[in-house]
Ligand binder design. Structure first.
Ligand code: ZN
Length: 337
């Protein structure tokens, strides 16, 4: 430690009033919200065709969606609440549209960011009821408040796999599935180099859910709240508890990862994405995050093995395409219980 006795220099710093600071804080909160919303828009635009193309493979988890992720003030993160309210009209009474999924029916019907979904067919909807009320293809008469003015739009719902997607703003390169929804991080969105790669990651996570890996895992010793990280070891310290990270590491065995890869490539292919370079994504993860993938006893298949298995899957899909067969993952024969 340095102790200066006598005439230590004192700087004359700019004086900022609290009103100025407040304005800057609001600006930054709005930037943060716009960043998250933009990532949500991109991820959901990629994900929507995947959910839709595979609805019939999702069995009783198929749902109907309008394609408008909405938000209520109650479920909005603390420091950003006001920014959501200012930018998109997020409030406590009705769901507000924070993003319209590109290519969805809502997009085609002209629903816009900031629209408040007041009700259905003239009946005011309570928060949460709207999603439950959309239980068929419709068309549904949506009562909207746009800039305070009432407006009615007719929107047909699309049948999709019932696992919503959200984006976490953290920088760790990760994605996970919890049996109900899937989450992708900002870090992962930057790690992928194309829409096709993003589609593969989302398809992989959706496959963890559709194949009920959490349910199957519950029979074992691990019960993870947070499960199925695509790659491991970079989770800690970003707002998830160590326990969560541990659960993420331990949750899925190699068999489940292999299955999510296999089924996931099918999901992406069925949605029309180019899967010819699917293996390249996992190979790059092995190169960029070798410790997390090559670890002895890791829950993830070794990169080399994973790479080759995915190559085989791509060949299998190409073969089915050229023979005009249905693009459906091969299932093992059930050998009784
Ligand atoms: Zn996985």
């Amino acid at each position: 430690m340095l102790i200066v006795v006598g005439c230590a220099p004192v700087t004359k710093q700019p004086q900022i009033t609290s009103a100025q600071a407040q304005k800057e804080a609001e600006l930054q909160a709005e930037m943060a919200v716009r960043r998250i919303v933009a990532m949500n828009e991109r991820a959901n635009a990629i994900y929507h065709p995947i959910r839709k193309a595979n609805a019939e493979l999702c069995g009783d988890m198929a749902r109907y969606t309008l394609g408008v992720p909405t938000q209520m003030l109650q479920t909005t993160t603390g420091s950003l609440r006001d920014a959501y309210a200012r930018l998109y009209g997020v409030n406590e009474r009705h769901p507000a549209v924070v993003a319209v999924v590109k290519g969805s029916n809502a997009d085609r019907a002209g629903i816009r960011q900031g629209d408040v979904l007041w009700g259905l067919g003239g009946i005011e909807m309570r928060p949460g009821n709207l999603v439950a009320a959309i239980n068929g293809p419709g068309p549904w008469k949506l009562d909207i408040l746009r800039a305070g003015q009432p407006l009615q739009l007719e929107v047909g719902a699309e049948k999709v796999c019932g696992y919503p997607l959200s984006v976490s703003g953290i920088e760790a390169v990760n994605a996970y599935a919890d049996g109900k929804e899937i989450v992708i991080t900002a870090g992962m969105m930057r790690f992928v180099e194309s829409d096709a790669e993003l589609a593969l990651v989302l398809s992989h996570e959706m496959a963890h859910n559709t194949m009920d890996h959490l349910g199957k895992q519950r029979g074992n010793e691990f019960v993870g709240v947070l499960i199925g990280a695509v790659i491991q070891g970079v989770v800690g310290g970003y707002g998830m508890t160590d326990l969560g990270a541990q659960a993420g590491r331990a949750a899925f065995g190699q068999e489940f990862e292999g299955e999510a890869d296999y089924v996931g490539v099918y999901y992406a292919a069925r949605a029309g994405y180019d899967v010819s370079n699917a293996a390249q994504l996992w190979r790059r993860m092995g190169v960029v995050h070798p410790a997390s993938i090559h670890l002895e006893g890791s829950t993830h298949p070794s990169t080399a093995k994973r790479f080759m298995a995915i190559e085989e899957t791509v060949k299998e899909i190409d073969g089915k395409r050229s023979r005009g067969e249905a693009l459906v993952p091969d299932m093992k024969e059930e050998v009784g219980q």
